[in-house]
Write a protein that binds this ligand. Structure first.
Ligand SMILES: Nc1ncnc2c1ncn2[C@@H]1O[C@H](COP(=O)(O)OP(=O)(O)OP(=O)(O)O)[C@@H](O)[C@H]1O
Length: 279
C-alpha cells in the first residue's frame, strides 16, 4: 500500500483533534497553544529539539494529563466532557508502545502479551492464547511465546511490546522513540512493522522520534515542535524542501548545538555556574 496523498489524507475523519492546547509544569508553560489533528489511518510523526515538548504532547494526546486550557477530541469524544469510566473505556481503544518496551522479566513473552486481555476482558485462557499467537505472528515473533524477555534481542523486545500494544486491536497506537537504541537495520525493520500495522490493520499511529531517517520513512505528516510551539505540520517532502531556516536546522540536527536551556542560560548570566570556581 502506498502513502495516501495529502488531499486524500485531509478528506478523512479526524481521530485526534487538538485546539489551542496550553500546559504547564508548575509555573512553567510547556505547550504554548498547540493545534493539530491526526487523520484516520495516518502515521503522524512528532519531532523537535530536546525539551521542545514532544513527550508532553504525547502524554496529553493519550489523555494521561490535564491541560491548563484548550480542547482535545480523541476518537470523536471531547476529553473534558468524559467521566472517569468513559475515559478508561476510551483508553482501552488506545495502544501504547513505550521506549523501553517495559515487558515484565518474570513472565513469558506470551503472558506479557496477554496482560491487557486479562485486565480488560473475561476471555478464557484458550482464546487469549490464540489471540496472543496471532499478534506474535503480526510482529514476526511466531513461536516465541514461551521465552522470557531476557532471551530476546533488543529488536525482538520492541516487537513483543508492539504485540502487547495491539492485543486489544486499538484504533489508535502511540510510539515513544521506537527505534531508540536499535541499530539501523533493526530500526528499519521496526519502521516496516509500523507501516504494516497502518496498512494491514488500518490503525492511526502517532510516533515521537528523534530519528530523521525513520521519520521520513514512515510519516504521512510531521508535526515539528519548537519550544512548545508548532513550527510546521506538513508532509515529509514539503518539510524537507521548505526554506524555513529553523526547520532546516532541526532537520539537519544542528538544533542540539544552538539549543540553550533557559535555566542554564540564566545561571550563566548571573555567574551562578562559576561560583564554585571562586576562591
Ligand atoms: N514531570 C515534569 N516536571 C517538570 N518539568 C518537566 C516534566 N517533564 C518534562 N518537563 C519539562 O518540560 C519540557 C518539555 O519536556 P518534554 O519531555 O516534553 O520534551 P521532549 O521534546 O520530549 O524532550 P526530549 O527530546 O529531550 O525527550 C522540558 O523543559 C522538561 O524539562
Amino acid at each position: 500500500m502506498t502513502k495516501p496523498t495529502e488531499a486524500e489524507l485531509l478528506a478523512r475523519p479526524k481521530v485526534i483533534e487538538v485546539e489551542d492546547l496550553v500546559t504547564h509544569y508548575g509555573e512553567r508553560m510547556i505547550l504554548k497553544g498547540i493545534s493539530m489533528d491526526v487523520r484516520e489511518g495516518e502515521i503522524m510523526v512528532i519531532m523537535g529539539g530536546s525539551g521542545s515538548g514532544k513527550s508532553t504532547l504525547l502524554r496529553h494526546l493519550m489523555s494521561l494529563e490535564h491541560a491548563t486550557s484548550g480542547t482535545m477530541k480523541l476518537l470523536g469524544k471531547n476529553i473534558a466532557d468524559l467521566g472517569l469510566k468513559d475515559t478508561y473505556a476510551l483508553r482501552r481503544k488506545i495502544g501504547v508502545a513505550f521506549q523501553g518496551g517495559a515487558l515484565f522479566s518474570s513472565m513469558t513473552v506470551g503472558e506479557n502479551i496477554k496482560l491487557p486481555l486479562r485486565e480488560h476482558t473475561d476471555l478464557d485462557e484458550f482464546t487469549m492464547d490464540i489471540m496472543a499467537r496471532m499478534k506474535l505472528e503480526v510482529v514476526d515473533l511466531a513461536g516465541f511465546e514461551d521465552l522470557t524477555p531476557s532471551e530476546l534481542s533488543g529488536g525482538m523486545l520492541k516487537r513483543a511490546a508492539v504485540a502487547r500494544a495491539i492485543i486489544m486491536d486499538p484504533k489508535l497506537l502511540f510510539f515513544d522513540e521506537p527505534s531508540a537504541g536499535l541499530d539501523p537495520v533493526v530500526a528499519a525493520q521496526l519502521d516496516e512493522l509500523i507501516l504494516r500495522l497502518r496498512d494491514a490493520m488500518g490503525m492511526s499511529i502517532v510516533v515521537v522520534t528523534h530519528e530523521l531517517d525513520s521519520a521520513f520513512r514512515i510519516a504521512d505528516r510531521i508535526t515539528m515542535l519548537d519550544h512548545g510551539h508548532i513550527l510546521m505540520i506538513d508532509t515529509p517532502e514539503k518539510m524537507k524542501n521548505c526554506d524555513n531556516t529553523r526547520i532546516q536546522n532541526l532537520l539537519n540536527r544542528r538544533i542540539e548545538e544552538e539549543e540553550l536551556d533557559p535555566d542554564a542560560y540564566l545561571r550563566r548570566l548571573t555567574g551562578e555556574d562559576r561560583q564554585h570556581e571562586r576562591p
